[in-house]
Design a binder for this molecule. Structure first.
Ligand SMILES: Cc1cc2nc3c(=O)[nH]c(=O)nc-3n(C[C@H](O)[C@H](O)[C@H](O)COP(=O)(O)OP(=O)(O)OC[C@H]3O[C@@H](n4cnc5c(N)ncnc54)[C@H](O)[C@@H]3O)c2cc1C
Length: 261
C-alpha cells in the first residue's frame, strides 16, 4: 500500500465576457463603469448586485443618489445585509485528490449549489490501494501496524479476484470487467484513496467552509477544507472578508462574522 496526502486543485473559476458586458453597460447608461475587483468571480458578484438597484452610477435610478464604490466595501455591505443570493452567480470547480470514500460520503451530503463527479469504482480497478492515515492511527504504532496490514491484505484479495475473473486477459469483454470490478469493490476499505470533482457557488462555499473546518468536523474534512480555505480567502478576499481563522488542534477553523447569508 502507498501512503499519500489529500490534495486540493482549484481548476476553474468564472470568466467575464468583456465585449458583452460592455454592450450591457452601454445599454444601461453606464459605459464607463469599472471596479477594482481582483478577480472576475468577485467582479461578477458585484455586477449582479448592482443590476438589482441599477447602482452602476448615481442617478441611473432616480432613487439612488449615491453609490458605494469599490469591490471590497460593496461586497462587505452585501454580506452584512445577508443578500447572499448574488454569490450564487460565481462558481468554482475543484478536484479533491487522494481523498477517501469517508470524505466523499460526507461531502455529498451538501446538496445545495454543488456539482459532483465521483471517480467510479465500478470502472476503475483497485489493483493497488493508497490511503492517507488519520493522526490517531499514525500516533499509535500498534494501530498503524493493523491499518497497513489490513490494507495490504485487501489489496492482495483484489489482485487474486482479478485473476479469478481473468481481468487482464485480452479476451475478457469490457462488460465482464465492469461487472467484476463493481463486485470486487465490496471488499475494498472505505479509507482507500480516490478522487472527486466538486463545483460549488460562493454562497455554498462559505457555508461548507465554515461547517467542515469547525472542530467537530471529521479530520479529513478539516484537512481538505483547510486547503480550500487557504486558496479561496487569498484569491477572493472580498467574498471572504468577514472570515477569521483560528488554529484548533493544528487545523484551521474558518469562521465568518455573518453565517448562512
Ligand atoms: C460535525 C458534523 C457532524 C455530522 N454528523 C452527522 C451524522 O451523524 N449523521 C448524518 O446523517 N449527518 C451528519 N452530518 C451531516 C449534516 O447533517 C448535513 O447533512 C450536512 O452537513 C449537509 O449540510 P446541510 O444540511 O446544511 O445541507 P446543504 O446541502 O449544505 O444545504 C445548505 C443549506 O440549505 C438549506 N437547505 C438544504 N436543503 C434543504 C431542504 N431540503 N429544506 C430546507 N432547507 C434546506 C439549509 O439551510 C442548509 O443548511 C454531520 C455534519 C457535520 C458538519
Amino acid at each position: 500500500m502507498k501512503i499519500i496526502q489529500p490534495k486540493v486543485f482549484l481548476i476553474a473559476e468564472p470568466h467575464i465576457m468583456r465585449g458583452e458586458l460592455g454592450e450591457f453597460l452601454k445599454l444601461v447608461g453606464a459605459p464607463e463603469w469599472h471596479t477594482d475587483a481582483s478577480s472576475d468571480a468577485e467582479e461578477l458578484s458585484e455586477l449582479m448586485g448592482r443590476v438589482c438597484y441599477r447602482s452602476f452610477a448615481p442617478g441611473l435610478n432616480p432613487n439612488v443618489t449615491k453609490i458605494r464604490e469599490g469591490n471590497a466595501p460593496y461586497l462587505a455591505n452585501i454580506i452584512e445585509q445577508e443578500h447572499g443570493s448574488i454569490f450564487e452567480h460565481s462558481q468554482l470547480s475543484f478536484v479533491f485528490a487522494n481523498i477517501s470514500r469517508v470524505f466523499t460520503h460526507e461531502l455529498v451530503r451538501h446538496r445545495v449549489g454543488v456539482g459532483i463527479s465521483q471517480e467510479s469504482l465500478r470502472y476503475v480497478r483497485l489493483d493497488s490501494l493508497s490511503a492517507s492515515i488519520p493522526t490517531i492511527i499514525q500516533e499509535t504504532p500498534e494501530a498503524m501496524t493493523i491499518f497497513t496490514r489490513t490494507f495490504e491484505y485487501l489489496e492482495k484479495q483484489q489482485r487474486e479476484l482479478s485473476q479469478v475473473f481473468k481481468l487482464d486477459n485480452p479476451e475478457t469483454s469490457f462488460h465482464q470487467k465492469k461487472r467484476a470490478t463493481s463486485a470486487m469493490r465490496r471488499i475494498a476499505p472505505i479509507g482507500l484513496a480516490t478522487c472527486i470533482g466538486w463545483s460549488a457557488n460562493f454562497r455554498t462555499l462559505r457555508w461548507v467552509l465554515e461547517n467542515r473546518t469547525q472542530p467537530a468536523a471529521e479530520e479529513e474534512m478539516r484537512i481538505v477544507f483547510g486547503q480550500v480555505g487557504e486558496i479561496v480567502t487569498k484569491r477572493y478576499p472580498s467574498i471572504f472578508s468577514d472570515f477569521t481563522v483560528e488554529k484548533v488542534e493544528g487545523f484551521d477553523w474558518y469562521k465568518p462574522a455573518h453565517r448562512k447569508i
